[in-house]
Design a protein. Sequence first.
Length: 345
Amino acid sequence: MTKVTTADEFVLQVRGLGVRYQTSQGTVHAVSDVSFEVRKNEVFGIAGESGCGKSTLIRALLRLLPDNADSAAELALYRDQDLYGLSDADFRQNILWQEISLVPQSAMNSLNPVYRVGDQVVEAIRTHRRVSKAEARGRVAELFDVVGLQADLMQSFPHEFSGGMRQRAMIAMSLALDPGLIIMDEPTTGLDVLVQERILRRIREIRSEISSSIILITHDIAVIAEMSDRIAIMYGGQFMEQANAIDLFENPYHPYTLGLKNAFPSIRELGSELISIPGSPPTLVGPVTNCPFQPRCPFHLDRCASENPLPINFGEDHQVRCFRSEDANQLRHLAAEKSTWRSLN
């Protein structure tokens, strides 16, 4: 029996989101027709190459886009609140940090270098909650303990923290107001592998203690696979495929997903050769009139150059945007051969 998901199970619902930048080269369609949901208490992962639109998508939802950008969506609901229907003042006071918080890519650039780290978290709390400074500092001490930092580090400045400690401080700030949704944008970028492992371990521990949902954004397939309940694969400003994490890796449909799997090592196939995807991502200047992956796809059809496929559902929670979805079994076999991708060079 197919599971029916009711609206009250969703923390976030997005339909038809698009983002455009006005540049000297023309209009860049950074995000096009993106739709997804985030459910209660789940980690929704978004993976893709740098420049595919992951961070732009999040900035659009948080209304943090620069002046040369505009965004629109058929639907953008956080629980029962229309994110695009709120005034800027209401959004910043009632949604940002209070309901949806962000752990940005660069923790060092997100912390004010001339203020103590603890004071910055206190300020975030007191901006949204009527609490005394002592109460706020007590909350910060609790949060530092949750993320694995000693309470006396509240008195330190950002430059006295290592990269991993800064990232933990930003995670503490994101938890400060008990938001329903935490967005983590490349939380392990720029950290060495040991620190990355500690951060991911801490996120897993925190997840078991809180009731917040998480959107995890990264270009690292290994991190996405380890941390996520459901995953969306993004390319050229669109979601190429999204599914339950296990289903996505065991039964991928889209050629881009197949290419990404080839490019990352597997502990089950230690002797297998890694296969990269030839070519580069599209510039996205001008309207999207074809499949963005078509120039790099060894399985493209003639129509892929002039038509952009619509999403198709395959079973529960598995959605694919490809004209050759029905040929998935054949494509999976061919995608494992290096000669298949070499033919594009």
